[in-house]
Ligand binder design. Structure first.
Ligand code: ADP
Ligand code: TRP
Length: 321
């Protein structure tokens, strides 16, 4: 089984990215042949600061390695180190009906919010299709918001196969329902675009402040709270705390007697402990950036070896060679 996923270097990674995409992807490393990459070409559709892109790309690499990506087992690379991907994008573009792209939420949401949209943003799902198809990927672990893009990939691949004969493997999205949509500190979907994130790695003080600043209702601590399972801090606690601890706090909130302040304090404590080991590993990696660059170089080589074969197959089948 070949597993593939990517993440854009468009900002600092947060708990939504971690529980929605990174953790499921890291666990899948054990079950197959994993290809994970930093989607730097994708980030060009919405980030226009060259230094920020360079810094974010390195940060994503550090974050992924610190969180347990095993570069011996998993092929880890930068998207732009595989120039076969934009070449395949062109082939796929000609098999992509305009209407398919017009229906994509990511594009529709951004244009609805008044963000100026460029052609790259509009055609972004085709670039993503090339990412997926060029490695003969079977399974694509992503959060809920990327599901539609994997479906677009399937449609394009099926159309290409029908037109030019069997060329691409048809991939499947793999979404972990329990963490498909991690809430942010305002209760909406956690996203860097909404300023409601809790970063995986960051300074202790501002993160503590952000968690302690989660707004709760005005019920007194003593009041029983039958809706304890809906409480935002409880939902986040379930992600970062051992299950018995999260259950205990939920039960105490339901029964009455637990104040919101104490609940949030526990949330911060468990969140901080959850990433303690990765934080240490990340600090070590920062001291050894040559190793990180070496991992990405090696990953690019391994990725290209597959990409050139699949691109060649596609070019042959559509009569370019
Ligand atoms: P953001 O919404 O912060 O811009 P991205 O779109 O870069 O995040 O998402 C990177 C990966 O993380 C994708 O696979 C996406 O589905 C997943 N992801 C992002 N936010 C969440 C969330 N709140 N819950 C679950 N998964 C998420
Ligand atoms: N579009 C994805 C995101 O914003 C990143 C991405 C690019 C990706 N190519 C991919 C994810 C291929 C999975 C497979 O999060």
């Amino acid at each position: 089984m070949r597993i593939l996923s990517g993440i854009q270097p468009s900002g600092t990674l947060h708990l939504g990215n971690y529980f929605g995409m990174m953790l499921p992807a890291l666990e899948l490393q054990e079950q197959g042949d994993a290809y994970y990459f930093i989607a730097d070409y994708h980030s060009m559709t919405s980030l226009f600061d060259a230094d920020a892109r360079r810094k974010n790309s390195l940060d994503v690499a550090l974050d992924f390695l610190a969180c347990g990506l095993d570069p011996k087992r998993t092929v880890f690379f930068r998207q732009s180190d595989v120039p076969e991907v934009p070449e395949l994008t062109w082939l796929l573009m000609t098999m992509t009906p305009m209407g398919l792209l017009e229906r994509c939420h990511s594009f529709k949401d951004k244009s609805a919010r008044g963000i100026p949209v460029n052609a790259g943003l509009f055609t972004y799902p085709v670039l993503m299709a090339a990412d997926i198809l060029i490695y003969d990927s079977n399974v694509v672990p992503v959060g809920q918001d990327q599901k539609q893009h994997v479906e677009v990939t399937r449609d394009i691949a099926i159309k290409f196969n029908e037109q030019y004969g069997e060329t691409f493997v048809i991939p499947e999205p793999r979404i972990r329902e329990a963490t498909a949509k991690v809430p942010g500190v305002d209760g909406g979907k956690m996203s860097k675009s909404y300023g409601n994130t809790i970063d995986i790695f960051g300074e202790e003080k501002p993160l503590r402040k952000r968690i302690m600043g989660i707004v709760m209702d005005s019920r007194t601590p003593d009041e029983p709270k039958p809706d304890a399972d809906q409480n935002l801090a409880v939902q986040l606690l379930r992600l970062v705390a051992p299950p018995d601890v999260a259950q205990d706090y939920e039960d105490r909130l339901r029964a009455g007697g637990l104040g919101y302040g104490d609940l949030k304090k526990k949330l911060f404590e468990c969140y901080w402990a959850c990433f303690e080991e990765p934080r240490k590993r990340r600090a070590e990696l920062v001291q050894n950036l040559d190793h990180v660059h070496e991992v990405l170089r090696g990953g690019a080589e391994r990725a290209r070896a597959v990409a050139t074969k699949v691109l060649d197959r596609a070019k042959r089948n559509c009569g370019l060679v």
